[in-house]
Design a protein around this ligand. Structure first.
Ligand code: GLU
Length: 425
């Protein structure tokens, strides 16, 4: 049976959804009889597009475009963050939801994949406007979300504050406090210790496990990190705390370099005042286009999709790229890095720390019994390292790059569940 492409995605669409489809095509030859169900992975299960009108502080009304996508729910409720960014589009949210399906399956969490977003620049709104936006968006997607249906979480442009408002709005609408409807909440509302830094810590755990495989000592290694938000700054602190030298950091404001190393704790203080890394007095400015060419052993893209492309993949000097962001490397860049012998540790394993601790938070909320930070961090380390080890083994056994190996593990789990559940009706 030949499948028609989705009509609402332009045939020549570039960007994250195309990247994701190419990644799926690369795994299909390795799925054996499960390939029968592979088309499932290329179609989101359901998509909701919502208009989000809010009253602005000046009395006018503004409309924003919001989305919530359930990519797959074969293995459990949809799970994935909500992004506030001016470049958010439907096809981007589709790709991000699909990567959540793969990520949750690759690390063995009992979740499907979902994602949401609003096309908005939150830096241009007041806190009161963001609250109204978040509450109206939560109400609009209320038909899809719920502790057993779909559990949102933070992503780029959202954090604990937005999760508190989402939890409250959903709870008001259903008439009962429902902490399990979102993860990444503030601790007093049923958030988990260790969630805030979980993605960055996970990036470090996976980088350390991968470094061991290629006989690269973390101690003394030079690291460059693109992005100094929730993921980048926690990763920078973890590398720094374990004796690596963070020599380069970039964010939307600029890129900085110091071959002796940058203290991320000191940089954080500067960024809190200055709003970005640009102008940090204890490092040199470097052009953003040169960032990935800086001398380092480990490169961590921890910003947005499409950061490493055909244009800059050949410049990378690192031995290893560890993907803190979702979808930072295009398939063409993946091929260049492989030919150059640079190990790419894919997003769906490397940045899974956030959703792993989201899972712990969800479990704690259901039990109303909370773990210590040590328990959370130790369980995170164990789950993410075991997931990395099994993907590494699959990559050796099947003689494929780590990304394809992660997709083999994940797609097999998703499609096995799909086949066992069968088609309804
Ligand atoms: N937004 C994060 C991610 O891309 C976390 C999602 C979650 O915790 O559900 O993995």
């Amino acid at each position: 049976m030949k499948h028609e492409p989705l009509s609402f995605i332009p045939k020549d669409a570039e960007g994250p959804w195309k990247t994701y489809l190419e990644q799926v095509d690369r795994v299909i030859p390795y799925l054996g009889p499960l390939a029968y169900w592979a088309e499932t992975l290329k179609r989101p299960k359901r998509i909701l597009i919502v208009d989000v009108p809010i009253r602005m502080d000046d009395g006018t009304v503004a409309h924003f475009e919001g989305y919530r996508v359930h990519h797959n729910t074969s293995r459990g409720p949809a799970k994935g963050g909500v992004r506030y960014h001016p470049a958010v589009t439907l096809s981007e949210v589709m790709a991000l939801a699909a990567w959540m399906t793969i990520k949750n399956a690759a690390v063995g969490l009992p979740f499907g994949g979902g994602k949401g977003g609003i096309r908005v620049d939150p830096r241009k709104l007041s806190s009161a406007e963001i609250e109204r936006l978040t509450r109206r968006y939560t109400s609009e997607i209320g038909v899809l979300i719920g502790p057993k249906k779909d559990i949102p979480a933070p992503d780029v442009g959202t954090g604990q504050r937005e999760m508190a408002w989402m939890m409250d709005t959903y709870s008001m609408n259903v008439g009962a406090t429902a902490p399990g409807v979102v993860t990444g909440k503030p601790i007093p509302l049923g958030g988990s210790l260790g969630r805030q830094d979980a993605t960055g810590n996970g990036v470090f755990f996976v980088a350390a496990a991968a470094a061991k495989k290629i006989n690269l000592p973390i101690e003394g290694s030079r690291v460059i990190i693109q992005g100094f938000g929730n993921v980048g700054n926690a990763a920078a602190r973890a590398f720094h705390d374990h004796g690596a030298r963070v020599v380069g950091i970039a964010d939307v404001t600029g890129a900085i370099y110091n071959e002796k190393g940058i203290d991320p704790y000191d940089l954080l203080k500067y960024v809190a005042e200055a709003g970005g890394v640009r102008g940090y007095p204890k490092a040199e400015p470097v052009p953003a286009a040169e960032f990935f060419g800086l001398p380092a052993e480990i490169a961590v893209p921890a910003a947005l999709e499409g950061a490493i492309t055909e244009q800059n993949a050949w410049k990378i000097k690192a031995k290893m790229v560890v993907e803190g962001a979702n979808g930072p490397t295009t398939p063409a860049a993946d091929d260049i890095l492989r030919e150059r012998g640079i190990l790419v540790v894919p997003d769906v394993i490397a940045n899974a720390g956030g959703v792993i601790v989201s899972y712990f938070e969800w479990v704690q909320d259901f039990n109303s019994y909370f773990w210590t930070e040590e328990e959370v961090n130790e369980n995170l380390r164990r789950v993410i390292t075991e997931a990395f080890e099994s993907v590494w083994q699959t990559s050796k056994d099947r003689k494929v790059p780590l990304r394809t190996a992660a997709y083999i593990v994940a797609a097999t789990r998703v499609l096995e569940a799909r086949a066992l559940r069968g088609l309804y009706p």
